[in-house]
Design a protein around this ligand. Structure first.
Ligand code: 0X9
Ligand code: ZN
Ligand code: ZN
Length: 305
């Protein structure tokens, strides 16, 4: 059964998405943006007060990397917080009145299933590669942003394999197609990973500063201090390349170069004590503090529409 304080299986998440959409039909609509390599649906939940006209939107995804289970948990938490605090929390109410939030709770569905059934530490997708028995591509090396020039591997057996071309993975292509199609309304792109407690923004494929560096840094620092205010969890903010490592082909850099100014990667708890195996007892505090960062970013985006 589904629980917000557990790491849910894909099948529990799938039923949960259906029931969230049907029981909150005034606030949530469900769209399948395509299927994964193994044929599972990539589901986006559009959350917002229904309006006659098209609203600007924020796009958030979780679960690029299979083993980063706190990420998947956060997207589920966010959807629930949004619908249950709409009308009582002034920030959420204003956000969902003026904007829609597209949430993709599980991007790499095949990898997530594999991390539950066979290998808890799986990272990549599960696609076949020519000439080897090694499976999968790193989806966060598979976007068209300095693709495979740095911090990525051309070896299919590597954990950071960039694939045969940008968007060679169907999952990357489905996401990129959706964002391109909704480019005129998407004002922010947030991709949730773990772990290391970082709030990153472009660029990661180069050490050059983004044109919007100063504003992106200010917003990241504000979001990090909002997050820290709850339990004292310390986050570091900065451009990806100098803050974590240079790595090309990420969805954050791709979205930014497409024109989505507020493009952020969150690396949630912890700093390595448990790493990807973050205990379920930390889901609630992690999600609660992360909500404050997301709400801070969303408020800034909303203010600058
Ligand atoms: O390496 C990654 O893809 C991310 N770290 S993780 O440990 N979750 O794998 C960081 C992504 C930062 N952004 C880009 N490299 N574009
Ligand atoms: Zn990751
Ligand atoms: Zn600003």
């Amino acid at each position: 059964a589904h629980s917000y304080t557990k790491y849910n299986s894909w099948s529990d998440i799938e039923s949960w998405m259906n029931s969230m959409a049907t029981s909150n039909s005034d606030m949530i609509s469900k769209e399948v943006i395509g299927n994964t390599y193994e044929g599972r649906p990539m589901v986006v939940l559009k959350i917002g007060k229904k309006s006659g006209s098209t609203k600007p939107a924020i796009f958030m995804d979780c679960g690029f990397h299979a083993r980063e289970w706190i990420s998947h948990a956060f997207c589920q938490w966010f959807v629930n917080e949004a619908v249950t605090t709409y009308g009582s929390d002034s920030q959420i109410t204003s956000l969902l009145d003026k904007m829609d939030v597209f949430v993709l709770p599980v991007f790499n569905v095949d990898g997530y299933v594999f991390s539950h059934t066979s290998n808890r530490m799986w990272r990549k997708t599960r696609s076949r590669n020519a000439g080897t028995s090694c499976l999968g591509t790193d989806p966060n090396r598979n976007f068209n942003a300095g693709w495979c020039t740095i911090g990525a591997s051309t070896n299919p057996c590597s954990e950071t394999y960039c694939g045969t071309a940008p968007e060679s993975e169907i999952e990357s292509k489905n996401l990129a197609d959706f964002i391109r199609k909704n480019k005129s309304i998407i004002k922010a792109y947030i991709t949730v990973h773990s772990y290391s407690q970082l709030l990153l923004f472009p660029y990661s494929y180069t050490y050059d500063l983004a044109a919007d560096h100063d504003e992106l840094l200010e917003v990241a620092k504000g979001a990090s201090s909002a997050l820290r205010s709850l339990y004292g969890t310390v986050y570091t903010s900065g451009p990806g390349a100098p803050t974590i490592y240079p790595a090309a082909g990420g969805s954050d850099d791709w979205a930014y170069d497409l024109g989505v100014k507020y493009s952020y990667t969150l690396e949630l708890r912890d700093e390595g004590q448990y790493g990807f195996l973050l205990p379920e007892s930390q889901i609630k505090p992690t999600c609660e503090e992360t909500m404050l960062a997301i709400k801070y970013i969303a408020a800034h985006v909303q203010k600058n529409l």
